[in-house]
Design a protein around this ligand. Sequence first.
Ligand code: GDP
Ligand code: MG
Length: 219
Amino acid sequence: MKASSGSIRIAVLGAENVGKSAVTVRFLTRRFIGEYNSNTDLLYRTRFQSEDSSVCIEVLDTCSRKEFSSTDLTPTWAHSYVIIYSTCDRSSFDSARKILDSLNKLRIQGCAPILLLGNKKDLSHMREVDSDEGDRLALQYGCRHEEVSAADDYKIIRNIFQELVADAKIVQQQRATLPKKRRSSLTNVSKKLGAVFGKKDSLEKRKLSCDIIDLNTIK
Ligand code: GDP
Ligand code: MG
């Protein structure tokens, strides 16, 4: 999976059915479609216009069903992470905790901003995870926590992603000014521990398929 240079790369992770595709598509196209094909990882490329600047972004909407997913490559790929759970699915919150724990083991926090995102807030009658629990989990792992509804919220989701992109940009700029030795040691930590996400026998060597949608050519 090759990234175009200069892009801010966001990996969207989480259990199946929590709304990873719904949130991603809502952010990128303003639309809530309802049903999404979730059999493959999708990489979206687009230009993101924020208040005073424009930046190329790549958003990887991962699919948790595949035996080997691009998720295994994200430690060396992503500049930021959105970990989604459903506020009406307790087990998806446990999955989010596991992902946060894996990222924590890789010491990703300092290198890439992480957002813990509770989705399906509109289904309040089915709620299984309190907002406070999300706050506490985020505090434990030193990341941000927000709750949204991909079905109802466009502006909130856009603002949340806008802040994430801005944070990731700052981290990238800071990394660019680090001495070369320190920079490569950060990369090595990620590489060496990348196995946490998959089989030890380097998944990086595996050619993972990932459909690419370039929204610049569609819009
Ligand atoms: P993914 O497997 O994590 O990519 O989940 P999807 O994006 O495919 O969404 C799974 C299901 O949840 C679909 O039927 C969506 O329409 C639904 N869904 C996603 N987000 C929301 C939301 O915010 N509210 C409600 N009510 N349904 C949602
Ligand atoms: Mg999906």
